[in-house]
Every structure is written in structure tokens, then in C-alpha cells.
Ligand binder design. Structure first.
Ligand SMILES: [Zn+2]
Length: 197
């Protein structure tokens, strides 16, 4: 069989070892991948789509807080740096935790958390255009993001604990029901014993 090239790793293999995907509507094309490369490709695609969704939500939240129609393109590199764990403001010294980056959804949550503070400064301070105000608010967000992350983790932990507790209770109820049931049937036996006499 004629070998085909994998779209992910670039190695050639025979077609029977490959998965394919059909792309394009007017001129459909078969794109081949090794089976394991295809799994990686799908995982990456999912990840990228999730990132895009979360960035889009973040963008809408910032537009809402600043009451603007469209977040300017210049704002994105700052958000990407915070996402990737790079220093947002040039020669900023960053901790180990910071270097791992923060998810867009967490950045969004922190913007919401700081909304009142941001609005306060928007009202009292004179900023030189949107970007000045945006950078100032982003520094407020960076200051609080670790706190919001810890709070979110704690919340997640508490929910997990409550769920486990409920599961435990249900198990207990089940065993209580079982022993009551046994008691009931035992009483019946007792009665029949009595009747037999
Ligand atoms: Zn491959």
C-alpha cells in the first residue's frame, strides 16, 4: 500500500495504520494521522477550543466592566502573558507559581472579584486612554489572582467533601434499612413461632 504522510508528526506509514479526517466542503481532502497522533491531535483541538471559549468569556467580562464595545487588540498580549506565566509588565519579578500561568477563566473570575475596586479607580484617577486604565486594572487583578485561585480551590474542596459526606450518609441509610428489614422479618418469624404453639 502506498505510504501516506501523517499530518501531525510528518512520518510516512501505510494507509492501513492510519486514521483519516475529511476536511473542506468544496474540495474535500483526506488528512491522514497515525492512530496515536490522531488522539493527540483531538486532545489538542479540544484544548484550543476550550482556551478560545475561555478567552472569549474573559473578553466579554472586561468589555462589560469597562463599558466598551470591543476590547482593543493591544490588550490581548497582556492577557496572554498572564495566561502563559510570563511577566506582564516588563521587568517584573515573578514567583514560581506565577510562571505556571493562570487560566483565562480564573483571570475572568479575578476581574469580577476586583470589579468594584477597578470601577473606583476608573472614577477617581485620570488615565491616558483605555490602555492606561486597562494596565492599571490588570495590575490590580495580578495582585489578587493568587487569592482568588486559593478561594476557588477551597470551594472545590468543600463541594467534594459535602458530596462525599452525602454519599456516606446514603450508604448508612441503606445499611440501616437493611438491618430494620431483617429485624422486621425476624419479628414475623417470632409470631409464627408463637402461632405454631
Ligand atoms: Zn504521526
Amino acid at each position: 500500500m502506498r505510504p501516506v504522510k501523517c499530518q501531525r508528526c510528518g512520518e510516512k506509514s501505510s494507509k492501513d495504520q492510519m486514521e483519516f479526517e475529511i476536511v473542506g466542503k468544496t474540495k474535500p481532502l483526506k488528512k491522514y494521522y497515525h492512530k496515536h497522533c490522531y488522539q493527540d491531535f483531538l486532545k489538542e483541538k479540544d484544548f484550543k477550543e476550550k482556551e478560545m471559549r475561555e478567552l472569549d468569556n474573559l473578553k466579554e467580562t472586561i468589555e462589560d466592566i469597562f463599558n466598551i464595545k470591543q476590547l482593543p487588540n493591544q490588550a490581548y498580549p497582556f492577557l496572554q502573558k498572564l495566561r502563559n506565566g510570563d511577566p506582564v509588565f516588563g521587568r517584573q519579578s515573578v514567583g514560581k507559581r506565577y510562571k505556571e500561568g493562570y487560566k483565562y477563566s480564573l483571570i475572568e473570575e479575578t476581574f469580577r472579584h476586583c470589579e468594584d475596586t477597578i470601577n473606583y479607580w476608573l472614577g477617581v484617577k485620570n488615565f491616558n486612554g483605555f490602555m492606561g486604565a486597562f494596565k492599571y486594572s490588570l495590575s490590580i487583578v495580578i495582585d489578587k489572582i493568587y487569592f482568588v485561585e486559593q478561594r476557588a480551590k477551597e470551594k472545590e474542596y468543600n463541594i467534594k467533601m459535602v458530596k462525599e459526606h452525602l454519599k456516606h450518609l446514603t450508604n448508612e441509610e441503606d445499611s440501616m434499612f437493611e438491618s430494620n428489614y431483617k429485624k422486621a422479618s425476624k419479628t414475623q418469624d417470632d409470631i409464627s413461632d408463637f402461632l405454631d404453639d
